[in-house]
Ligand binder design. Sequence first.
Ligand code: SF4
Length: 282
Amino acid sequence: MVEKEEQLGGLAHRLTATIEGANIGQYLQALIQKTSSHPNIQVMTQSLIVGFSGFKGNFTTEILVGPGMYSRKIEHGVVILATGAGEYRPQEFLYGENEHVMTQLEIADRLEKKGAADLEQVVMIQCVGSRNEENPNCSRICCQTAVKNALHIKKDNPQTEVFILYRDIRTYGLMEDYYAEARRLGVLFFRFKAEEPPRVESSANGVMVTFRDHVLNRDLAVEADLLGLSAGMVAEDTEELAAILKVARNAEGYYMEAHVKLRPVDMATDGIFVCGTAHSPK
Ligand code: SF4
């Protein structure tokens, strides 16, 4: 296993719990321990792939192995691309300018550490950095993440008002139950149009969010002490590796399978496979 970071796990290190309540950190640590101590698995961290040649069953990969960055060649039969994806870093809605604006991952972390006792009004904006011209994909995870954080807030502090501003709610499959639960607990959902996104301004105690309610057909304004942005997933660093391995990527930068129905985890080159979010948001 070749890992460019200091440790295995990637983005999962920033996740706290699943919507069902399972502890992701514990699971991840157990998995890392199991992988690292497996007699047939060698983990190379802080390492980079710099060369690749061969064919199915007979590949040679050249790796700079960290931290010393010495060169090593490995002969192997197949490749599995599992480079994952990252969280979109918002350029909009005052993210990075106002400390009251956070992504959903940051909110989950904040709730884990500080709870919601000090929160009076929380607004969440969906589809930030997804389903637009640059990134037409639905990130598939952010609706349930917003619902998960909203439930966390409501259970911690039922007095907190939570407003979720959405284009479509896509809580896939059985996740719909959590959406229904959020509604039952009083989370308020407002739909907005892509061409009429909410407007966000700094205010004395946080941020003022103004949006058009399509039922009332009028603007509503909420002063929030926390604004959560449901930042989508973005492909991570696939360009260089794709060039080295000579594999195709789609317009959003994800590795592209050989055939969407018949060979969904094979790359066009025999012996190279893709898994997880390196392929697309799951
Ligand atoms: S999962 Fe929800 S918030 Fe995320 S891109 Fe899809 S519709 Fe938008």
